[in-house]
Design a protein around this ligand. Structure first.
Ligand SMILES: C[S@@+](CC[C@H](N)C(=O)[O-])C[C@H]1O[C@@H](n2cnc3c(N)ncnc32)[C@H](O)[C@@H]1O
Length: 268
């Protein structure tokens, strides 16, 4: 598929949308019957799904705090989601009020809610589809906020499992990691097929089968390969329940997360 042929999903209340199903798991109100139906199917199969969603948020916010404390003052939040609290901008600005955050999403409900929440200092939202990374990197709104000559955190949590292999997740990651300065960070998380019962995988795939994007399960090795060329921080690619502190959740379904640093260029 040519990268310029990816189409952004139009608003539909009758098709479940990943952002709104996630809002349902998190106890939000910005979801419709189709989203709740898909979410309930997942919860029937894996009752800890809402706690796993919160653990994923915990990982995301931990990555933000650690990278800001390491000196990063710019965050690119790919697949930013419907506003929640605490959120990326709140945690980042609490650690350093000079931090700038750009949220990117392709979901019309996310965009309208994030635009309505403009009062949050340091946060800007732009419409963008991560399957077209170069359009995001060339967007004037993006370049008003982000200076790619300085270190950034590229945050891409619970998004890449909505990107199929045909849509080339590695191409997306590489476009961003090539563009960012040495000393920048990449933090991502994605649901894994490793040590996951195939029946549970089938039930979750089925819950999202009529959604605007399918759920793609990948092995731990595959998710780890996305960090090639970067320096993974401890504990490497691990269950998001390990950040911050250990959260006791059933391990029958896991989201794996990792945080990595882009090393300086080595001269021959
Ligand atoms: C499960 S939510 C995760 C939200 C947040 N990143 C987090 O970890 O809490 C996935 C988000 O990714 C967005 N998303 C999915 N596919 C996308 C794409 N191709 N381009 C941009 N955003 C996308 C969805 O609209 C949704 O807001």
């Amino acid at each position: 598929m040519r990268p310029d042929s990816y189409s952004t999903p139009a608003f539909s209340a009758i098709k479940a949308a990943p952002a709104r199903v996630y809002d349902f798991y998190l106890g939000g109100k910005d979801n419709f019957a189709a989203d709740r139906e898909a979410g309930k199917k997942v919860i029937d199969a894996f009752p800890a799904a809402p706690r796993l969603a919160r653990a994923n948020r915990g990982f995301s916010l931990r990555a933000v705090r650690d990278c800001v404390e390491a000196g990063v003052e710019q965050i690119i939040d790919l697949g930013t989601g419907i506003p929640t609290s605490p959120n990326v901008a709140e945690i980042a600005c609490a650690a350093n009020p000079h931090v700038r955050v750009i949220g990117v999403d392709n979901d019309p409900v996310v965009l309208s809610h994030q635009r309505a929440a403009v009062s949050r200092g340091g946060y800007t939202i732009i419409e963008g589809d991560i399957r077209r990374p170069w359009s995001i990197l060339a967007d004037p709104g993006f370049n008003d906020v982000i200076d790619l000559s300085q270190p950034v955190l590229v945050l891409c949590t619970a998004v890449l499992h909505f990107i199929t292999e045909a849509e080339e997740p590695q191409r997306i990651i590489t476009a961003f990691t090539d563009a960012i300065a040495a000393g920048s960070f990449l933090a991502l998380s994605a649901v894994t097929s490793s040590d996951t019962d195939p029946t549970l995988i089938a039930q979750i795939r089925d819950a999202y089968k009529d959604a605007t994007a399918p759920v793609i399960f990948r092995t731990a090795e595959h998710i780890t390969s996305w960090f090639a060329g970067l320096e993974l921080l401890q504990p490497g690619v691990a269950s998001v329940t390990q950040w911050p502190g250990r959260i006791g959740l059933p391990t029958t379904l896991r989201i794996l997360g990792g945080i990595a640093r882009k090393p300086p260029l080595r001269r021959p």
